[in-house]
Design a protein around this ligand. Structure first.
Ligand code: D41
Length: 670
């Protein structure tokens, strides 16, 4: 290849990669798979390695970080980065709206641009003639630190703007770490025995302010852009919404949750809607921001000291609070694992009262240096169980007590064993420990397993304590008389329960495998196992090697499965279950299933079926059910109030089927 055509090829690859980045990060609408993307990237890297003379600073390969700095240089913000006033109540916001109308001398409805408020660090990124030339932290608003090399490692920050870029534009945005990335980062830190971050915000700050940008490159930083500073050589749009739209067109990532609304009540409605979404978002938000939408009005309003009069942050209840650890108890799970749980002085966190927090295991307690009596920072993020983020050492009382792992199981008094190199301590009384048995039975009866309605927590406690049920097989030998004699059990409810138990005998192999509670065999793995081996004897006879040929099963899970079936007691329970009448239809080979190879996406509420039910029925027919629409989707099933998935389906020309049609469809294939 001639030098000219190599250069052409390199430029073409860069353009393609930039375009796919834009589709992925800004439009949230990728058209190639990760593997295809990686292949393009690798090809570019190879060509550049062979022809280093063609490497440019804005090539997508140049995001690996640079040699470490001694210290950060200072950057003066020509237009200061203002801060935001905070408000906490609806009344604060109505007063804000009133002040604005008073100042503008109008009784008209004000239009606001509503945005989620990301909890990260504000940065300013300067582009000259479309090229990223400098990036700085907010600092004190007037002077920040030069973090250009660090910002350049964030893949969703374009090194080159799309389309016609102005002579100069400073883009302002919030850099943050998504929750999954935060968990992964802390898990890695834990493995290496490094300091863990108390929350995603600290993790983002610690990652961005690295003198060695190669470290930053390894951190899962993301950005949402929310405004501009200096802009030269271009007329600004008339509104905040328009500015965000313009930023997105240039390839900068803007939140999809931005909305322009009319009047303060619609702002408050936005706040409530975002509040409902908060726990489901992949990143933390600590509130929403309202900005007067019209730039002309913004100008009239101006700012006071450091904050604009035309914007305000409406904060959500904090996700963190301090409280005291009153005691630590050890819970015994289904696998015998002892989990230390902190009993806390009840405290409000993010709108709910928290009185327990998981401490995970003894390593975690040691690493965070947690004692009974400590004052601790409690955090909840998303739907997960609250955690202790850190101990407030400065306020540690003199009489704190060390947390010790009990030598004996708190439930059955069997010895507790802690295997070298493993974080988890376990009760060794597998068969005798009522705690383990109770958890095993609860799991067995749960909705997604054998689905025995009415066999709830309290009843399981009674059945085990009264020695009516020792192993799950005993459930199928319970009698009307035994049940009627239990507390809060009448003739009718005993009868109902027996009917449900009878009904549960007819199941599927996947559900049965999941119900057995084999370590690390969740629903998805159970389905894979059923599909792959098709019969129980085939699975029981499988070697660890054979097990590893199933998708997503690695050596550890394979060993758990093999150990489970090797254990004579387990084989006996399975035998008893089948003798009692538990059965399932033969599993068809994957390639013979009627919907094999088809991918479905469900959106909206289906009229007489839950989404889970629809998913299960489709999967039984060999179809895959995916969460988002892509060009690979075969059908989008649309219920009442469909979401944006419907628009996406239409855009991509994917076949859309309605509620009734879906029923007919299932009938036909089942
Ligand atoms: O998402 C955010 N954290 C966010 C921060 C946002 N959506 N908008 C913001 N707007 C401003 C003004 C109105 C002053 C331009 C901000 C911030 N400021 C901000 N972030 C950190 C300090 C100030």
């Amino acid at each position: 290849m001639s030098s000219k055509s190599v250069q052409k090829e390199i430029e073409k690859l860069r353009e393609q990669i930039d375009e796919h980045n834009y589709r992925y990060y800004v439009l949230d609408d990728p058209i190639i798979s990760d593997a295809e993307y990686d292949a393009l990237f690798l090809q570019l890297k190879k060509l550049e390695a062979a022809h280093p003379e063609f490497v440019t600073p804005d090539s997508p390969t140049q995001r690996i970080g640079a040699a470490p700095l001694k210290k950060f240089a200072e950057v003066q913000h020509a237009i200061p980065m203002l801060s935001l006033d905070n408000a906490f109540t609806d009344e604060d916001i109505r007063a804000f709206d009133q002040r604005i109308r008073d100042r503008l001398k109008t009784s008209a409805t004000i239009e606001y641009c509503c945005e989620p408020k990301l909890d990260g660090l504000a940065v300013s990124i300067r582009y000259e003639k479309g090229h990223l030339v400098q990036a700085a932290t907010r600092g004190d608003g007037a002077t920040g630190e030069d973090v250009t090399e660090n910002i350049k490692t964030i893949r969703m920050v374009p090194l080159k703007l799309r389309g016609e870029a102005p002579r100069i534009v400073e883009v302002r945005g919030e850099v943050y770490i998504p929750l999954k990335g935060f968990e992964r980062l802390n898990a890695q830190a834990e493995k290496k025995g490094e300091k863990i971050f108390a929350n995603p915000r600290n993790a983002a700050a610690g990652s961005l302010r690295q003198l060695d940008s190669r470290i930053t490159a390894s951190r899962p930083l993301e950005i949402f852009c929310y405004g501009v500073g200096v802009v030269e050589g271009m007329k600004l749009p008339a509104t905040q919404r328009g500015i965000l739209q313009w930023l997105a067109e240039m390839g900068l990532r803007v939140s999809a949750f931005v909305e322009a609304v009319k009047g303060v009540e619609q702002c408050l409605d936005y706040y409530r809607r975002m509040g409902e979404q908060r726990d489901k978002l992949p990143f933390e938000i600590d509130g929403v921001v309202y900005k007067v939408n019209s730039l002309a009005e913004q100008e009239k309003l101006g700012f006071v000291t450091r904050a604009p009069r035309w914007a305000i942050a409406h904060k959500f209840p904090a996700q963190e609070a301090t409280t005291t650890i009153e005691a630590v108890e050890f819970q015994v799970g289904r696998t015998g694992a002892l989990t230390p749980v902190a009993r806390l002085k009840p405290v409000h966190v993010g709108g709910v009262t928290v009185s327990n927090a998981t401490l995970h295991n003894m390593d975690e307690i040691k690493r965070k240096d947690i004692h009974i009596g400590d004052i601790v920072m409690v955090r909840r993020a998303g739907d997960v169980i609250p955690e202790i983020a850190s101990v407030v050492k400065a306020r540690r009382p003199h009489d704190v007590k060390k947390i010790v792992l009990p030598k004996h199981c708190p439930v059955c008094h069997s010895l507790v064993e802690q295997v070298e190199g493993e974080a988890v301590a376990r009760c060794t009384g597998e068969l005798v420990c009522p705690a383990q048995r109770k958890e095993i039975i609860r799991h067995f009866a749960s909705r997604r397993a054998m689905d025995i309605e009415g066999l709830g927590d309290k009843l399981v406690d009674q059945l085990v304590d009264e020695r009516l049920v020792a192993s799950v097989a005993d459930i199928y030998h319970l009698t009307q008389e035994q049940l009627e004699n239990l507390e809060r059990m009448g003739e009718k409810s005993a009868q109902n329960l027996l009917e449900q138990i009878e009904k549960s005998k007819s199941t599927t192999l996947a559900r049965f495998l999941y119900a057995l509670g084999i370590r690390e065999v969740g629903e998805a793995t159970a389905k894979q196992l059923a599909l792959h081996f098709r019969t129980l004897p085939a699975l029981q006879a499988a070697s660890e090697e054979a097990l590893q040929s199933v998708p997503d099963i690695g050596p550890v899970v394979a060993q758990h499965i093999a150990n489970f079936f090797r254990e004579a007691h387990n084989r006996e329970v399975i035998h008893k279950l089948i003798k009692a009448g538990v059965h399932w239809p033969a599993v068809k080979a994957a390639e013979n299933l009627s919907l094999a190879g088809k991918t479905f996406v469900l959106t909206g509420t289906l009229r007489d079926m839950t989404r889970e039910e629809a998913k299960e029925r489709l999967e039984k027919l060999g179809a895959k059910v995916a969460g988002s629409v892509s060009s690979k989707t075969s059908y989008v099933v649309v219920g009442v109030d469909p979401g944006s998935k419907l628009d996406k389906a239409r855009e991509l020309g994917v076949e859309v089927i309605g509620d009734e049609e879906f029923h007919r469809f299932l009938k036909k294939y089942e």
